[in-house]
Ligand binder design. Structure first.
Ligand code: AMP
Length: 395
């Protein structure tokens, strides 16, 4: 069985083709600059890269080009699209009603569309990806997997904002959380590694640290709290996102800097976080290099990240009445030993103790010192595989 996984953004579209017998990726790639000049598809298969510099006016053109790459003489891995059994789509915002992965029907499509106000940048792109696949492969089963879905099990005390309650009942304004497929995958892998797969008492804090970062408290395999909110802006400072701030700061700065709300939100999303504090970069590799050369603002940005991250881990231990394991994943969590060490350094009071040598050795999964009271794990995430598995299960 072959399953195509699509992650459609507003001007990009990533794809992976899975062979589900072996759960291996047989081809993958990314279309960039969709709808703009200079659009390009980079396709990887058979250990080689193939670049298609062809116009892509919209997502239909992008999907058509993906199909061309998948079936080409060079770099092609299938004869025609009939070899693809189903398509799984990453959909950002499922809102209150869509959480389990599901086959796309006209009703599901309408519900994703109804959630556009909650995910104004992503949901339209996700829908464009779904519609483009339907146009190119009529009748082929398509599955939607929601980034918010895993967090649906949070109790109201974790997801209700302390605002007038009608904002929740009338406008569905609440915490939703994101990176759900990643938190779900790594928490399940951690439970397996610990030999506690069906243990309702297992308490894990998953730390998805990348360009965007989020934490989740996972008890007995179910999410009970998470750090991102109604949008992916809430939580700890990220590459370019501010994370949580005092909301009244907005009016203060907007007045002094003469910004409207859109400009202010652009600052909070694109010019803040690690980039904003350091003035150097949003990339952790650049930040550590700058810190090593004595850049104090880069050092400060990194310390804020580790400090805020540690506070979230500790608060989730409180939420779950303890913590058995913490899991680091995503670009920073998997690769940045110094960020992991920085976060753990604030948590020694909880008996969280890293083994420095294991932490500094790439590919090590269990990073905990022998006398650590909490397991510290580093598990590569695989959101695409989750989407492919859900798609297979549903068809
Ligand atoms: P993601 O959003 O999960 O793709 O993560 C991307 C981020 O991971 C980059 O912006 C970097 O800050 C970080 N990253 C990737 N590789 C490394 C590395 N070897 N060391 C430190 N940070 C890294």
């Amino acid at each position: 069985m072959k399953i195509l996984v699509i992650n459609a953004g507003s001007s990009s579209l990533k794809y992976q083709l899975f062979d589900m017998e072996t759960e291996t990726v047989i081809a993958k790639g990314v279309c960039e600059r969709i709808g703009a000049d200079g659009s390009v598809l980079t396709h990887k298969a058979c250990g080689e890269s193939f670049v298609y510099e062809e116009p892509m006016k919209n997502h239909v053109d992008a999907i058509a080009l993906v199909f061309k790459a998948l079936t080409a003489d060079k770099g092609g891995v299938i004869k025609d699209m009939n070899e693809i059994d189903a398509v799984g789509h990453r959909v950002l915002h499922g809102g209150e009603k869509l959480f389990d992965s599901m086959l796309v029907t006209p009703e599901v499509e309408a519900a994703i569309e109804a959630n556009i106000p909650l995910g104004p940048l992503h949901n339209p792109a996700n829908l464009a990806g779904i519609r483009a696949c339907r146009d190119m492969m009529p009748g082929k089963p398509q599955v939607a997997v929601f980034d918010t879905g895993f967090h649906h099990t949070m109790p109201p005390k974790a997801y209700i904002y302390a605002l007038p309650y009608e904002y929740y009942t009338k406008h569905a304004a609440r915490r939703y959380g994101f990176h759900g497929t990643s938190h779900r995958y790594v928490s399940a892998e951690a439970a397996k590694l610990l030999g506690r797969e069906n243990d309702p008492e297992l308490r894990i804090v998953t730390c998805h640290l990348g360009n965007g970062s989020s934490f989740a408290a996972v008890k007995g395999g179910k999410c009970v709290d998470t750090s991102m909110g109604i949008t992916p802006l809430e939580g700890i400072p990220m590459g370019t996102r501010s994370g949580s701030i005092d909301p009244a700061l907005l009016e203060y700065i907007m007045g002094l800097e003469n910004l409207d709300i859109h400009q202010m939100l652009n600052v909070l999303n694109k010019k803040s976080g690690m980039l904003g504090v350091s003035g150097v970069s949003s990339d952790f590799r650049d930040l550590w290099a700058a810190k090593d050369q004595g850049n104090e603002r880069a050092a400060l940005a990194l310390d804020i990240f580790c400090y805020d991250g540690a506070k979230l881990v500790a608060s989730y231990a409180a939420a779950m009445g303890g913590c058995d394991a913490i899991v680091f994943t995503a670009g920073v969590g998997e690769n940045d030993n110094r960020a992991r060490a920085g976060i753990c350094s604030y948590l020694e009071f909880m008996g969280i103790k890293l083994d420095a040598e294991k932490n500094n050795t790439r590919g090590t999964v269990d990073l905990s010192a022998p006398d650590s009271k909490v397991k510290i794990l580093c598990i590569p995430t695989n959101e695409e595989l989750v989407i492919a598995r859900d798609t297979k299960a549903l068809i």
